[in-house]
Structures are given as C-alpha cells and as structure tokens.
Write a protein that binds this ligand. Sequence first.
Ligand code: SF4
Length: 356
Amino acid sequence: MITRTPTALQSGNATHGEDASEGVTLTPRQHSQDWQAQLRDAVRDPRALCRHLGLDPAWLPGAEEGHALFPVRVPHAYLSRIRYGDADDPLLRQVLPLERESDSVAGFVSDPLEEAEHRPRPGLIHKYRNRVLLIASPACAINCRYCFRRHFPYAENSPSRAQWESTLDYLRQDTSINEAIFSGGDPLASPDRRLAWLAERLADIPHLKRLRLHTRLPVVIPDRVDGALLDWLAATRLQTVMVVHINHPNEIDTHVADAMARLRGAGVTLLNQSVLLRGVNDDVETLARLSERLFDVGILPYYLHVLDPVEGAAHFDVSDAEAITLVETLRAHLAGFLMPRLVREVPGEASKTPLA
Ligand code: SF4
C-alpha cells in the first residue's frame, strides 16, 4: 500500500513521488526489484486507481466505462509520481479512463495509421523503405489512453518461434533493410531471453546495421533496466538506439534518471518521442521543461507527434494550427538541439510528415 503523511492527505495536492519537483513529499511505495513482479502488481482496476490516488468517487462511473473499452493498467512506480487527490495531474490524465472515450468523433478510427495494409508476416510491419517494425510483445506495462494501437489485433500478431523464422527470412531477403525496430505493445514487456534470441538472429543478417527499441518501460518501471537487459544490449554487434516515450517532465524521477545512465553505460543512444496531448503538455512552459529535463538525464528530444486520430482519444487532440504556434514559440525558449521535430504520421507517406 502507498503510505502517505497526514499533511499530504489534507492538502489534496501533494506528491508521493520521492523526488517530484513540487508539493509535499510522501513516503514512496517500496517497489520490488523484480520488474516482472511489478508488471504483475500493476493497478488494473478503476476503483483501485481512484482509491490509491484519493480521487473523488464521481470519477468512478466514467472510469469504469472507459476501462470497458481499453483496460486500466498503471504500475506502482508510475503511480507514485502522480499527485494525490489531483484529478488534473498531467500523468493521471494519461492513464485515467473517461466516459468521453466512448464518444464517436468523425475522423477518429480504430486503425488511424492503416497498419493492417503493411503486415507482410505475423508480427512484422513494413511501412518505410529501409526499416521494419517487429511486434516483439503484445503487452504494455501501462495503458496510455491516447495510444494509437489501443485497438490493435495483438492476438493475430504474437508470432511463435517458427513464425519469427519466416519474418527473419523476409528480412534476409530484402537487402535494402538496414534497421529493425522492436515495438509492441512494449517490446521490453517480453523476457530478456526471448529478446536476446531475436537480437542474435537479427545480428546474423549482414545488411542490418541498427536495432531500435521503442519502449516506455524504462520510464514506467525503471527497474526494467536490469543486468539481463544491459547484457544483451551491450553484446549485440548492432548499433542500439532506444526511443523512450515521455510526455511530461514529472515522469522523470531519480529512478528514471538512473535507468537512463545504465542504458548509456551499455552504449545505447537515447532519444525521446512525445505526443502533444490536450491537458497534459500543450503549453510552452511544460514542453521547454520537458526538453531540458530529458537532456539532463542524457536523452535527446526527437519527435513531438500530433495525436494519431484513434477512436476513444479525441479529447486529447490539439489542432495543427495550435501545435505549430506552440512549437514556433518554443523555439525561442530552447537551444536548437533541444527542439523536438513536430510531426504527423500520414498513412501511405514514405516518412513522418514535418508540420513546422
Ligand atoms: S506504452 Fe506505448 S504502445 Fe503501450 S499503451 Fe502506451 S503508447 Fe501505447
């Protein structure tokens, strides 16, 4: 259970992250060091989420409705960075299901990136010329309400070893492919022995140069960055790039900073992609703090995505005009190398489309 001081309970505006930047600091939950136990122990019930965070019970019916569409999942390590009793907390907004998720909004669809058109093998998405995406895990540690894959048919895309061999053949035969990307779900939700096996097979393909991992796990459960992960990352001949997913500076606590240091120690290049989200990070001050904080912990800001129009997430949308104005203003606050590129993913395009 989370232990809180009486002061924090009274203020209703405190943090129980041990190094959150503002508010009263509460005793952090004692996390198990075993990341898999932390995965299993994640909050998966709207009632428990509301109770842990001291939310007004009025939030519960909407949370139950959203949960029926896309289940709640929040690990305690992430929960500990959310301010107690604050329904406006920018981290909470990313994970709290809402009644509005059942609204039908024109243009918001189940497969906004039309990925079904680009799946030549189970678990393989080939959209861009020289890189492919491997669905290395059907699961995530956290369920982000705005996720563009919230309706993805993972059951059809969880390859067996034999099916991976067919996917590897596809990669062997196309010598234009020089980069493989582990995606998901969250690829790091898979056990290391499975990931290490796949990384070894990929390293045997001579024209592959890079292995990229798109993951949120080192952010939401920093203990995921353990010796077993670092061992296979450091051992592969492929250049390793990790694109983490952080939307708000409050997501980076000392545990996340330490995890990033361990990854850099294993020779991993760290980049970040964020999604521009209404009510979470749609202001210049937050985006500037995010870039600064990312660089403090050794991560380069890479992309700021506008929302992919997925069914259930329309309430997070920020218009293109607003996004462009935000980013143009942001430029005056940041050194050039701290500026993420504002992009949209357009189905059928050869790469991401820059907006500003
Ligand atoms: S971690 Fe990534 S893939 Fe998983 S729900 Fe969040 S945004 Fe989607």
